[in-house]
Design a protein around this ligand. Structure first.
Ligand code: HEC
Length: 217
């Protein structure tokens, strides 16, 4: 069972490891000082392999290497279908940490420290007024430059007021994205997720096809 395997607080042998982790990684980190690669642990988020890193003033440090996490879907609201004025005309590529993905598959719940990363990706050059073009596969929308980064974090202590999730914008423009970002006010992000999201603040129905195990796999 995942919960037993990850139960780092039970058993004397693991106490030393927890203390070591606390010394190595628990102390508040300076903004921009997040882990570059590889998995780390944070006792606040025992089930998470790539935990959120917080700056001194509660800013979220830009998650590193999120493109290596699990890709769970790409909702898409092109200009061509929104009167030429979509607020987010890009592909919305959504990634979640591998451990959070596994935990959701096992329990149907997102563990503390889950991060959903949404990187926006523009449609590449168009030939038609609706923004589409032809490729040898057919007429459609094809991915171009990346253009923004939004992140949500589940932490019931920090974000109790907004149903346990905090929301961060690291720019809606070409990279480099911000190194760290402050939680956005409820009216800007969380309010809409509170009102409309399918389950635990996440539009999970959009990701269920990829959150499920592939039959025969
Ligand atoms: C008006 C409603 C609305 C507002 C405001 C809003 N979102 Fe969302 N958000 C959505 C919808 C709908 C989806 C899923 C479909 C999509 O991406 O188009 C989504 C998806 C997301 C996801 C992917 C994970 C998930 O929960 O499905 C993240 C991360 C996210 N939003 C962050 C933010 C941030 C950060 C802000 C504020 C800067 C914000 N959102 C504001 C409606 C909203």
């Amino acid at each position: 069972m995942l919960s037993k395997r990850m139960g780092v607080f039970s058993g004397g042998a693991t106490v030393a490891a927890v203390v070591a982790l606390a010394i190595a990684g628990w102390a508040p980190q300076a903004e921009g000082a997040g882990p570059k690669t590889g998995s780390t642990k944070d006792p606040n988020y025992p089930r998470i392999d790539f935990p959120p890193v917080w700056g001194k003033s509660g800013d979220l440090v830009q998650p590193k290497d999120f493109r290596r996490w699990v890709f769970i879907g790409s909702p898409f609201t092109p200009h061509g279908l929104n009167g030429g004025k979509a607020n987010f005309p890009e592909f919305h590529n959504v990634y979640v940490q591998p451990a959070a993905y596994s935990a959701y598959q096992a329990t149907g719940k997102w563990p503390e420290g889950t991060m959903m990363v949404k990187e926006l990706q523009l449609v590449d050059k168009s030939e038609f007024p609706d923004g589409s073009r032809l490729e040898s596969s057919g007429r459609g929308y094809f991915p171009g430059a990346v253009n923004g980064l939004d992140v949500s974090v589940k932490d019931s202590k920090r974000f109790k007021e907004t149903k346990n999730w905090g929301y961060f914008n690291f720019n809606h423009s070409a990279p480099p994205y911000l190194r760290a970002a402050k939680a956005r006010p409820i009216g800007e992000c969380a309010g809409c997720h509170i009102a409309n999201a399918h389950e635990d603040m996440v539009y999970v129905n959009l990701y269920k096809p990829i959150l499920s195990t592939l039959p025969g796999n």
